[in-house]
Design a protein around this ligand. Sequence first.
Ligand code: ZN
Length: 230
Amino acid sequence: MTIELFRDDSYLKENSVTISEVIPEGLIFDKTIFYPEGGGQPGDQGILIVGKKKTNIIGTKYINNKLVHLVDDVEGLKKNDTVTVELDWPRRFSHMQVHTSLHLLCSIIPYPVTGGSIGDGRGRLDFDLEIKPDKEKILNGLNKLIDEDHIVSISSITDDELDQNPDLVRTMSVKPPRGSGTIRMIKIGDNVDYQPCGGTHVKKTSEIKKVKSVKIENKGRMNKRIIINF
Ligand SMILES: [Zn+2]
């Protein structure tokens, strides 16, 4: 099992790792700072450095429950090699900003989330909601929460505690990961947002860029898509 360093510290940008397995699609490491595609957030990209040779890591995702760093060419790389990896930090930091802003959007629109997606400088959530909300209110609400500089903190609860408080789950399309006995929780401010999430976030909301525009699309009578651009 790869140790997922990005869960406790999403600001790690490079580190030294040991290859634990080479598969045709890429490499599995003993530990990683690369976030694997999931929960609407794209997998990380970056580079792998061995001596003077640099190889692109073009994506990161789970394949058969293994956290795989996708590389075009695995030739010359073998188990137990120690290599240096560097994250494409501007891209990842943008994902962290957009991801955290979607938590803020959840606090402004208190309805169940049915889907979502995170991009570079852009994100969206779909809500189980009949009435189209006011986009100016959303824009101003998001920028107010960003300005207020709320702390984003990580904690955990047990599976049982989550079962007793099912309302904590906001996203219907992504089930919180179970099995380890505890669920990772993300809290923003004292009472802005609190929900299970495995993604990468900024440490405080003032690190998020100001939201430039909000767009709302009707995706069915009970489905409104809210797109935010930075
Ligand atoms: Zn999150």
